[in-house]
Write a protein that binds this ligand. Structure first.
Ligand code: G3P
Length: 222
């Protein structure tokens, strides 16, 4: 199915772990089937296998380390998350920043393991740099808007436009997501109209009393 990607990052929210993570993934699958829009989830490592084994939605890890299997206590390899059932992984999320060399290593590891890659960025310059590494996606998220409920689509559409243009110039094969404060179908519509291929979001769904209602709203104008 080729549609925009709505990727829900469960972060380390209490409301996005354990049974609640499973419930959100279940809801994502239901709304995806109803709407025909691809809705993925990025759970904590501890919930990844349980979710990937039960649902057909794309499941992304929130991070992988750029190391091969071996003596790396406390690390998470791309092979481990692939074996747990992941479709892909975030890399360099604003809350899990890496050096450029680490981003490159994580991306190589993801690629070798057959994982889709989403490199997160904070402005158009880092978006261009990330696109040069040729991930599947870059995800531009202004850090100051993350978790605020103030949508990047409305508060800073220029950064989306400039990031899309930067990726087009560097490597047009790379798809672009945007995120921060995305909470409604209108936010998603604006992001898509500005040239993105989808959105990366968290709190509006994870912290919602009724995640299904929020997800239905998010896909309503696609
Ligand atoms: O990874 C998505 C994220 O950083 C945006 O968070 O809560 O603003 O949707 P939120």
């Amino acid at each position: 199915m080729t549609t925009p990607l709505i990727l829900v990052n469960l972060k380390a929210y209490a409301e996005g772990m354990g049974e609640r993570a499973v419930a959100i993934a279940d809801t994502a699958e239901t709304v995806s089937e109803e709407s025909g829009v691809v809705i993925g989830v990025a759970p904590a490592f501890t919930d990844l296998a349980a979710i990937a084994s039960r649902f057909s939605v794309p499941v992304y890890a929130q991070h992988v380390d750029g190391v091969a299997p071996g003596a790396y206590t406390g690390h998470v390899t791309a092979g481990q998350v692939k074996a747990a059932g992941a479709t892909g992984t975030l890399i360099n999320h604003s809350e899990r920043r890496l050096t450029l060399a680490d981003i490159d290593a994580s991306l190589s590891a993801a690629r070798s393991a057959g994982l889709k890659s989403v490199i997160c960025t904070n402005n158009e310059a880092t978006t261009a740099a990330a696109a040069a590494l040729a991930p599947d996606y870059v995800a531009i998220e202004p850090p100051e808007l993350i978790g605020t409920g103030v949508s990047v689509s409305r508060a800073d559409p220029g950064i989306i436009e400039r990031s899309v243009a930067a990726v087009q110039e560097v490597n047009p094969k790379v798809k672009v997501l945007t995120g921060a404060g995305i909470s409604t179908g209108e936010c998603v519509k604006i992001a898509l109209e500005l040239g993105t291929d989808g959105v990366l979001l968290a709190s509006s769904v994870v912290k919602a009393k009724d995640p299904a209602a929020v997800l239905r709203n998010l896909v309503s104008l696609i």
